[in-house]
Design a protein around this ligand. Structure first.
Ligand SMILES: *Cc1c(COP(=O)(O)O)cnc(C)c1O
Length: 322
């Protein structure tokens, strides 16, 4: 059916540039174009950030491209709005998990469908290293996720996270929130400090939860796959995990073309040497990165831009005079 659809459609697109490249290689096509996904701004922005954008960037709801002006929002206001969302998330964690989290500790979030290629447990590759890095309450984690009822591998991943959260409770705080849904996704993508994403490349077609974070000025810490290849500027909008994508892996999407274990090493290195020091020792830079995340990523990875692209590229609607 995929081949049939591909050959007889007037227009075919992937949901990120990389997705189009992989699709062209997989299906022996040359014409698969891309329209990179976006998220619906008012669905995913926190009420605090929305008020901030309304105040400083009038008209942004009708034209989220105007979020490029986020660099003019005073840093202390960005931080205050962010901490409000963080406290709201932590209140929920207290209610559902009975765990009191400290809002001054760097908090990484990870929530998605628990498909095995998304590697929810990559952070547990070297538990001793993780303990050293997170030691003395330098970083805490909040996880959420659901697997398909028939995906036993996915279920095992979630069990592993839950077990680790119990076993490591005296050395690394890992909270697992049950019943992942849009409400939990909302709380997390508005309230954590960094969004972790470490799939096996090049299998993440897009990865929209990272865009939800960008809408709230939250940096991504992610494998260079899907939308992140287009949204990533190192130390400006977030951080990459692992090497830049290669042509070989695009051509052989189902083969292992690089050492995936290196992703875990790189994750530990960057968390320890870049992310933790910036959070605790360079607050100014941190909040400036938050503003750049809004200005560079939220201004583009939104549904207003997506609908325009579909209308003009896929449906050939002429906007002149509209
Ligand atoms: C956004 C969202 C997803 C998709 O997130 P990905 O980053 O693409 O995995 C899945 N489930 C829920 C509940 C979401 O809100």
């Amino acid at each position: 059916m995929t081949d049939l659809g591909l050959r007889y459609s007037r227009y075919v697109n992937g949901v990120a540039k990389k997705h189009a490249e992989v699709s062209n290689a997989m299906f022996n096509m040359e014409t698969v174009d891309w329209i990179t996904n976006g998220v619906h701004p008012t669905t995913w922005v926190s009420s605090g950030m929305r008020k901030l954008y309304n105040k400083h960037i009038p008209g942004w709801e009708l034209d989220p491209g105007r979020l490029v002006q986020a660099l003019t929002i005073p840093k202390e206001e960005v931080w205050a709005a962010h901490q409000a969302s963080k406290l709201r998330l932590f209140a929920r964690v207290m209610e559902t998990n009975g765990i009191q989290l400290d809002p001054d500790i760097l908090t990484l979030g990870f929530a998605r469908r628990a498909a095995t290629y998304k590697r929810a447990d990559l952070i547990l590759t070297d538990v001793e290293r993780l303990k050293k890095i997170a030691g003395k309450n330098k970083v805490q984690f909040i996880f959420a996720g659901k697997s398909h009822p028939k995906d036993d591998g996915g279920k095992r991943l979630l069990q592993r996270i839950r077990q680790a959260s119990k076993q490591l409770k005296d050395s690394v705080t890992i909270v697992f929130i049950d019943n992942y849904n849009m409400e939990i996704a909302s709380l997390l993508t508005q309230g954590v400090d960094v969004w972790l994403n470490n799939p096996i490349r090049p299998r993440e077609a897009s990865g929209t939860s990272g865009m939800k974070c960008a809408m709230n000025g939250i940096m991504n810490f992610s494998v260079l796959d899907g939308w992140w290849i287009e949204g990533w500027i190192e130390d400006v909008t977030g951080w990459a995990i692992g090497p830049a994508p290669s042509d070989a892996e695009t051509q052989n999407a189902n083969e292992r073309t690089y050492d995936e274990q290196n992703d875990a090493l790189d994750l530990y290195e960057k968390l320890e040497k870049k992310i933790i020091p910036t959070y605790y020792e360079n607050h100014d830079k941190w909040v400036d990165m938050m503003r750049h995340t809004i200005a560079l990523d939220a201004s583009f990875f939104n549904t207003h831009r997506v609908v325009h692209e579909y209308a003009s590229k896929a449906y050939s609607i002429d906007f002149r005079g509209m």
